[in-house]
Design a protein around this ligand. Structure first.
Ligand code: ADP
Ligand code: MG
Length: 258
């Protein structure tokens, strides 16, 4: 009677039950589980594994930089970042459901990419789909899509994500075409999906990103309408850690010279 069970479980795509049904059958006898208890233990197992597989898949597709999590983010190093605010943005996904945006400003090396990646990872843990793009790279893809007349299709593919990360928005060159596609992207996602953006240029300089001033104003308008802005002040974390490493290397020498 049970000979066909492995095949049926495969056909039904229940790999965890397929793997464990025999082991659990023995457990059921030992623990005197009812048939319903046995079945619910197996279902629990399948659901838990499915969740883990889903998470792994979502993390892979997100292309988030590795190791940039909230656990490795040192809030004490950046007093201008409000930890409670970041925790709230990470744990409560209502801003994503409302297609709100998050704009992170600050000079190079202060941890903008790390911060948005960490939030992105937390959002994925909370069942949101996230994708990370360097903005210049995305612009190139958008441009190719436009030339091949497949821009609507490409935008539709991006729509399957709840949150699009545009890293280094300020590095976009203001050649007419790039500016145009970037603007189209912002318009398309406005009130439709969330954008998380990092930028080293304050809004005042955005005329250097968008050739056309009216376009810069229209883009800013759409981004900030339902948006939260975080400004990270201070010195580059990269530079600071490089300097402290150098100091650590130098000091033992200094001691031996004494
Ligand atoms: P930005 O995007 O602002 O140029 P990054 O996010 O790339 O800066 O940060 C530069 C480096 O410093 C990265 O390796 C990042 O992980 C690290 N870093 C920045 N801020 C912090 C922080 N507060 N805690 C831990 N690491 C940080
Ligand atoms: Mg960066």
């Amino acid at each position: 009677m049970t000979a066909a069970l492995p095949l049926m479980l495969k056909e039904l795509r229940l790999p965890s039950i397929h793997r464990f049904w025999e082991e659990y059958a023995a457990k059921a006898i030992d623990n005197r589980w009812s048939a319903a208890e046995y079945l619910s233990h197996l279902c629990e197992l399948e659901l838990a594994d499915r969740e883990t597989r889903r998470l792994t898949r979502r993390l892979q597709e997100s292309r988030l930089p590795k190791g940039k999590s909230l656990q490795t983010y040192d809030f004490s190093a950046v007093p201008s970042v409000n930890e409670a605010q970041i925790q709230a943005l990470s744990q409560d996904v209502s801003w994503i459901e409302q297609s709100r945006n998050l704009l992170v400003f600050g000079p190079s090396g202060v941890g903008k990419t790390h911060l948005v990646s960490a939030i992105g990872e937390e959002l994925i843990q909370r069942r949101q789909r996230v994708i990370f793009w360097r903005t210049t790279e995305l612009c190139q893809h958008l441009e190719v899509a436009k030339k091949e007349r497949s821009l609507p299709h490409f935008l539709m593919k991006l729509e399957k994500y709840d949150c699009l990360i545009l890293d280094d928005f300020g590095y976009v060159h203001r050649s007419d075409q790039e500016t145009q596609v970037l603007f189209e992207l912002i318009c398309h996602f406005y009130e439709l999906r969330s954008l998380m953006l990092t930028c080293n240029q304050p809004f005042g300089n955005w005329s250097s990103i968008f050739e056309d001033k009216a376009m810069a104003v229209a883009a800013i308008d759409r981004l900030v309408h339902h948006g939260t802005i975080i400004e990270i002040a201070g010195e580059s974390y990269r530079r600071r850690t490089a300097l402290s490493h150098r100091a650590a290397e130098v000091s033992p020498l200094a001691n031996t010279n004494k």
